[in-house]
Design a protein. Structure first.
Length: 536
């Protein structure tokens, strides 16, 4: 039996290995690790967003793919739990969506009257990516000319802090008052004076006073919305998306600057003039005055231009100076660093730098599919922690004003507010192949028109209604449509010439309702008949 010192069973826990001897992180709760360092992380992340092109691209790519032009509401109340039928749910949803659209597309949504729902959603997502979190105050503002009173004021995390900058305690975490279970009870918002923001940058953080805002009202209406991604248990505040690669970004920035400066220096014409004469020879040449040589050199001026002859003193020769920069390894090094950063922000390298020149179809599709999974998860997060919250608050007001009938709303709120949020379309790499795949999925019963339309950022009911209106209009104008015949000719390789399609054939694929011969199908003019067909 050996009595000597033994290493740990897990090599990663070793204190003896040279590679790990100086690696001694501590084990602390999430807030102990994050809150003292949050200001530094946020400030550096914002600086990268302002001044680094790749960091700005990382933020913008996520915004474009997660949110795009905005989220569209698809109200889906749980009619079974509410004791209703599908026809009632369809009518209720359409009216609710119509009212929500009118509200969300107006600047009434913003307390300052500047942003609508889509604009504010973009600002919410950008702030969460750059700063790690955002706070929103649902306010009740009754103003002339405004039908709805619910509006929102966004607040950056800088203004949420402990009153008078007191130390954190068990129930007060960086401006958030919590109970023993970690549930927020109130938020402390610092309100600086009007002129404090025009003082020295950063000085306003130490001015103003704090207002305590309860997390919700006595009847359960939210008064503060706090959106952030929670990575650990008991984490009270959010951290920026680039937190884990801030160091790599800064070193990468320094390296790029150095290489750029070297390239500029390398582009200049540089040379060294050498002379074989010693000090005494120079003195004799200048009539016994050795300093006259340097004086004449300094006074000597010549213009460099094409075909110019540069005169030199006797015995002088020009030796060109050619620095060996930029480094030949520069492209490979940059690609390696960018791939590391791309992995940290959960997106393909090609999408981060927007360069698909070295990617084939299969690789591009695999990369985009992997990115789509991440974007969909982030879209679900944004819908749950932002869009669904503001929709619930608005729906409460609309029901209270009698615009929407929802008996027992407060007792069955979860059933009334159920909904889906449709984001931007995924897009197609090969439209023909992917459209054919969508048809195959629907014919095989493993997909629906609703699912396929949602992938492209559209609503299936809007698509059907628009197609019905177009077909009816074609019939009214006696337009001959060749859709089916052209499709048949395409499938047969062009052997079958297009024929004139009758009105009943126009645009009606096998197995679909012939809207041209049945005007009631798919239109919004006869809602009762529409509901019956939907129920069937």
């Amino acid at each position: 039996m050996s009595l000597g010192w033994t290493d740990t069973a897990h090599s990663g826990a070793s204190w003896q290995r040279k590679e790990l001897a100086d690696w001694r992180p501590t084990v602390d709760p999430a807030d102990v690790e994050l809150l003292p360092e949050l200001d530094a992380l946020v400030a550096r992340s914002r600086d990268l967003g302002r001044n680094h092109g790749v960091a700005s691209s990382a933020f913008q790519v996520q915004i474009d793919n997660v949110l795009g032009t905005g989220l569209r509401l698809a109200a889906q109340p749980d009619y079974r739990a509410l004791g209703k039928d599908i026809t009632w749910a369809e009518e209720w949803s359409r009216r609710t969506e119509s009212l929500w659209k009118a509200y969300s597309e107006s600047t009434e949504f913003d307390v300052a009257g500047q942003l609508n729902f889509a604009d504010m959603s973009t600002l919410v997502l950008r702030t969460v990516l750059v700063s790690g979190e955002i706070f929103a105050l649902p306010l009740w503002m009754e103003r002339p000319g405004r039908f709805f009173s619910t509006c929102y004021q966004l607040i950056e995390g800088d203004r949420i802090s402990n009153p008078d900058y007191r130390e954190n305690t068990e129930t007060l975490r960086s401006g958030i008052e919590i109970d023993l279970y970690g549930r927020p009870q109130a938020y402390y918002v610092r309100s600086a004076g009007r002129n404090d923001y025009w003082l020295t940058p950063g000085f306003y953080l130490f001015t103003g006073k704090w207002e305590r805002i309860p997390a919700e009202t006595e009847w359960g209406r939210r008064r503060v919305l706090h959106a952030y991604v929670k990575d650990r248990v008991d984490q009270s505040r959010g951290k920026p998306m680039l937190s884990c690669v801030l160091e790599q970004f800064k070193m990468f920035d320094h390296y790029q600057r150095s290489e750029l400066q070297s390239s500029i220096v390398n582009a200049l014409v540089a040379g060294i003039i050498e002379t074989p004469m010693d000090q005494s020879a120079i003195s004799d040449l200048m009539g016994g005055d050795p300093n006259a040589y340097l004086a004449r050199k300094n006074a000597w001026q010549t213009r460099l231009q094409g075909g110019a002859m540069i005169p030199l003193y006797p015995g002088d020769k020009m030796t060109p100076f050619a620095p060996s920069r930029p480094s030949t390894q520069y492209p490979d090094f940059v690609n390696t660093v960018l791939r590391h950063i791309a992995a940290a922000v959960n997106m393909p390298y090609e999408l981060l730098v927007k360069d698909f020149s070295k990617t084939n179809y299969s690789s591009a599709r695999a990369a985009l599919l992997e990115a789509t999974r991440f974007f969909l998860s982030r879209r679900k997060w944004l819908a749950d922690h932002w869009a669904q919250q503001v929709y619930t608050l608005w729906l409460e007001e609309a029901i209270g004003k009698g615009l929407i009938d929802a008996p027992g709303f407060y007792e069955q709120r979860e059933f009334w507010v159920k909904s889906k949020w449709i984001g931007p379309g995924r897009g197609w790499i090969d439209p023909v192949k992917e459209a054919q795949a969508a048809v195959v999925r629907m014919n095989a019963g493993i997909s629906t028109l609703e699912m396929e339309c949602a992938e492209q950022g559209t609503d299936w009911q809007d698509v059907l209604e628009q197609r019905a209106r177009e077909f009816h209009r074609m019939e009214d104008l006696k337009i001959l449509v060749y859709l089916n015949s052209v499709a048949a000719a395409t499938q047969s390789g062009g052997q079958n010439a297009p024929r004139k399609a009758t009105g009943s054939e126009a645009g009606a694929a096998p197995g679909q309702t012939d809207v041209a011969s049945n005007p009631a199908a798919g239109t919004g003019s006869e809602e009762s008949k529409e509901g019956e067909e939907y129920g069937e």
